[in-house]
Design a protein around this ligand. Sequence first.
Ligand code: SF4
Ligand code: SF4
Length: 444
Amino acid sequence: MFPEIVYYIFGGVLSFLLALFSAYSLIEKKLRATVLSFVLLLVFGIGWIGGQYYFGYPPILQLILIAIVVIFGLLFFLPFSRQKIFDYGKTTEKVDERDTMFAREEYLSDTEKYDKYYAKHPELKTVDDRIRKLPPLLSPGSRYYDEFHSGLIQALFQTIGSLTTKVDGPVSSSRDEIDPVEMTEVIKKLTLHLGADEVGITKLNPMYVYSHVGRGPETWGKPIENNHKYAIVFTIEMDYGQVETAPRIGITEEAARQYLNASLISNALASAIREIGYPARAHISDSNYQIMLPPVAVEAGLGELGRFGYLISKKYGARVRLGGITTDLPLMPDKAIQFGVQSFCEICKKCSTNCPSGAILSNNRKAVRGINKWPLNVEKCLTYWRLIGTDCGLCMRVCPFSHPPTLLHNLVRVGINNSSFARHVSNFGDDLFYGKKLRGFSEE
Ligand code: SF4
Ligand code: SF4
């Protein structure tokens, strides 16, 4: 009887997992993964179960096959080689928002900003002039321009723009004593209730507050004074199907939709906190950020920074937009988390392979203002955006952490967190089932 019954149980469980993978892939509209996993299911079913049923493998062979599966499972899941705690380093200087690419592209020639900025930064004038000559995002002349959807996205950003003057306001003069533990729970529940998908809290690191205003309704070049003690940061999941349209306009529409949601949540939350007597300011898109959301989100325990420079959240991977507020409301900070992203990014490099503009490094990290990271070539990235007329997002689409958080993808994430073997196998598997490189999105 033994090991035959165990052999059949293993065969049943593995067939079930393969069938599940095939079904998930079909739902996710991943044709290659659906076909490959279905073929694997057939081959495995015939070889493992059919072979035993018709020919009856000798017990020693059954035991060897069971042992191979067990050893594979142990190597994949047991925490033999977790990612070493990664030290991003400490920021040594603040970023001036006027130097960000989104601010620079707005400096039109023959304006005061243009003259002032390039008098100080002549080395950026040629590259920025070249970018500004390209059609602006969502405008006719770019590759993926679509009259209706481009107009809709512009309308969404105009709505966000109307919210940029409502990020701060008067603080109620009546203030109750607050228990930080209870208030943290209330704030987190409220943020999720308002529509966020994940929320974290951190002490605000002053190095992540921009030094000067570069965009938005406030005076350009004004020094930013934000001495709030805490930041509340949240993610909103971007729709998987929309992200799969990258680099076409669907992903840009989804980004705009979630930026609008993030703006509404941030403004409502900040307003609610001011009502109970504590200062609070929302930081919203288009562009009224005083803080750099990705590193603040990392410190708030929402995820890790990927090779492409933005946040990979534990649950939704790269498919998120961020929102945040800063406040003096007494709260309990979360701890930063790590779940294998740094080690996996060292092997994977899929975003770099697929980036049509060559903006993402495929080699080692560098120190950028004291932070250990893979620097993004923002000029190359924005040039590609303006050529195609959308915000591209191919790097988000191909990232293995962007798969939906289904049972099987979550099991892979457990392995990636725990074992170097799993990281290599998962990287190979992702290329095999989903392809290494998407074709047809070159810069030409
Ligand atoms: S958005 Fe596109 S161009 Fe920019 S880094 Fe990602 S893949 Fe490259
Ligand atoms: S695609 Fe790969 S290398 Fe790039 S961020 Fe995602 S996991 Fe890291």
